[in-house]
Ligand binder design. Structure first.
Ligand SMILES: C[S@@+](CC[C@H](N)C(=O)[O-])C[C@H]1O[C@@H](n2cnc3c(N)ncnc32)[C@H](O)[C@@H]1O
Length: 246
């Protein structure tokens, strides 16, 4: 299994090969603006090679470390999984973080963007995970039950109201059939105004609603991007809903 330094070196090698630091820094800034103006993010985050590389490198690293830290702090979040299903998996790094932490051999990604599907397959290979990545709509995916962890990391805020409500119902249904559900989003209220209603339903079903302030072991190049862009991840804030399948 690769250690952190090897993982970050592989990401850096893959995603910096066609771009200068300055180009990637600009792309990180553009992405950060899109994610603040949440409505445009869904369509524009992957609309240029530079933004795609910046997403995979910078946000991929952020999501990898955040998910890993959250699952290691949540009680009962890392035992007994045969498979992690990663909805809206992007480059697959968030689901891989959970799988590696849980010593789970496989991830199954569902992603609507073709470029991201290819990168998620590369991530599985890099990290020694088996499983498939499908191009499709996460809101229409038939979710598995017991033995599975189902992750929705930073994706629910990209769905429209109908898709979001449908996914909530299928996540709760999967939990009732034994799946363990983990949802992650940023803490900013404007990014996820729907959070209180989701939290209420997950808590009613026996789940947890947590807000995290995390200090994460970023590689030096990540800190360089933070410095150059004026973004600050000395403390990473995130929130999660977690419902352990029975
Ligand atoms: C902010 S990214 C997060 C990616 C990944 N979960 C992570 O944590 O790094 C959101 C991802 O969800 C995908 N996505 C958005 N709506 C989707 C849908 N309805 N079905 C499948 N993927 C979707 C986007 O293409 C994008 O890759």
């Amino acid at each position: 299994m690769l250690d952190d330094a090897e993982i970050f070196a592989a990401l850096s090698k893959r995603y910096t090969r066609s771009f200068t630091f300055r180009e990637l820094r600009r792309a990180v800034q553009a992405l950060s603006t899109l994610y603040v103006e949440r409505r445009k993010a869904a369509n524009k985050a992957f609309d240029s090679d530079g933004k795609r590389a910046a997403f995979a490198l910078y946000y991929g690293t952020l999501h990898f470390l955040t998910v890993r830290e959250v699952v290691s702090r949540l009680p009962n979040a890392i035992d007994g999984f045969e498979k992690i299903v990663d909805l809206g998996c992007g480059t697959g790094i968030a689901g891989a973080a959970w799988a590696l932490c849980a010593d789970c051999p496989a991830t199954l990604g569902v992603e609507r963007d073709g470029w991201a599907v290819g990168e998620a397959r590369w991530t599985q290979q890099l990290l020694g995970l088996s499983g498939r990545v499908y191009r499709g709509d996460a809101t229409q995916w038939r979710l598995p039950g017991s033995g599975s962890g189902v992750l929705a990391a930073y994706v629910i805020n990209e769905l429209d109201d109908e898709g979001r409500q449908g996914l909530q119902n299928s996540l709760l249904d999967a939990a009732s059939r034994g799946a363990t559900i983990l949802i992650l989003e940023p803490v900013a209220r404007r990014v996820a105004p729907w959070w209180p209603q989701w939290a209420e339903r997950f808590e009613d079903a026996g789940g947890r609603n947590d807000t995290w302030s995390l200090s994460l072991p970023f590689p030096d190049w990540f800190v360089d991007f933070d410095r150059a862009t004026g973004l600050n991840h000395a403390v990473v804030k995130a929130r999660s809903l977690f419902l352990r399948g029975k």
